[in-house]
Ligand binder design. Structure first.
Ligand code: CA
Ligand code: CA
Length: 314
């Protein structure tokens, strides 16, 4: 913990040299969104998602609330390359532009809030067909426990919260005690009745005087919910046995599947087609070779499947 007197109180007397090496850590990335329907707004819906609309001075004690956001505490845009903060080299690695955002000077808790109107997509949302992807680069300073989170809160037309999706926090252990940002992303179904999404950036101070919960490139996108995968159909089973000198082969459909027709083959030769359950082949054993390969070609929900069995002749 730092004394509350230093102007930029996050500075450690011993840790400054460890700051330079910025590492892009292992990413936890959700999959791509499906193609959008016509009513879904395209691309990142967040305004000024990375502080690029702002002109913060190099004096990091300045508090420059990012445009497009309603802030509390000392939430601010900061220039990459400001002494003892994230470097311009790191900004280049993540497409961070000129600025990032932070909890700022002195406040233990700083927030920035933006409400996004998505009522244009209400019909798709109410049909249950929309998902949201939230992502952000999040991090902090050296080994300090200051951290940032981003929430997207789904709101009804009357501002009732219907659900939340969150990314972060990225704790010191998640960033190897380095001054850096790590990409985090998450997906969630947009609840029916949602007409707005409130995006809340929260920086929380744990150490020192400066609130070093850092973030950049906040992104919120909407996409169509992908169709559920078809249920994995079980395989039908083929039983073959002798009844006297007659071979009896029976095709048993897997549970929950609908078999419409079965074609029985013996040693590759089509013998019979049965389109009514029970699916059975009865074959008198006259002059067959030492072994028989009995096969059934089955159509399960329109998809062809082959099952076979090798038996001794009766
Ligand atoms: Ca701090
Ligand atoms: Ca930026």
């Amino acid at each position: 913990m730092r004394a509350p007197t230093a102007l930029t109180g996050h500075r450690s007397s011993v840790g400054v040299l460890a700051v330079a090496a910025a590492t892009v850590a292992a990413l936890l990335v959700a999959g791509p969104l499906q193609a959008r329907s016509n009513t879904l707004p395209a691309g990142n819906l967040v305004v000024n998602p990375g502080g690029e609309a702002d002109q913060p001075p190099t004096d990091t004690n300045a508090v420059v609330p990012p445009q497009g956001w309603t802030t509390t505490g000392t939430f601010t845009s900061i220039r990459y390359g400001a002494p003892d903060f994230l470097t311009t080299a790191f900004a280049g690695q993540i497409g961070g532009g000129n600025n990032f955002m932070s909890g700022g000077k002195n406040a233990p808790l700083s927030t920035a809030t933006q409400v996004i109107d998505i009522s244009i997509a209400a019909a798709d949302i109410d049909a249950g067909g929309v998902q949201a992807k939230l992502s952000a680069y999040l991090g902090g300073y050296n080994s300090q426990g200051d951290a940032a989170i981003v929430d997207a809160v789904f709101l009804s037309a009357t501002d009732t919260p219907l659900g939340t999706v969150r990314v972060g926090p990225v704790m010191p252990a998640d960033r190897q005690n380095k001054t850096t940002l790590v990409l985090r992303s998450a997906m969630a179904a947009v609840p029916k009745g949602t007409t707005k999404i409130k995006v809340v950036l929260t920086s929380t101070r744990a150490d020192g005087t400066y609130n070093d919960g850092y973030m950049d490139n906040i992104s919120l996108e909407l996409g169509a919910t992908p169709p559920p995968p078809p249920p994995a159909a079980g395989k039908p089973t083929l039983a073959a046995a002798c009844s006297g000198k007659t071979l009896v082969a029976t095709l048993k459909p897997a549970a929950g599947t609908k078999v419409t027709s079965v074609t029985f083959l013996v040693n590759g030769k089509l013998i019979a087609v049965d389109s009514k359950a029970p699916f059975t082949l009865r074959l008198k054993m006259v002059g067959h070779p030492a072994y028989l390969k009995v096969a059934a070609r089955v159509r399960v929900s329109g998809k062809p499947t082959l099952v076979s069995k090798t038996i001794k002749p009766c």
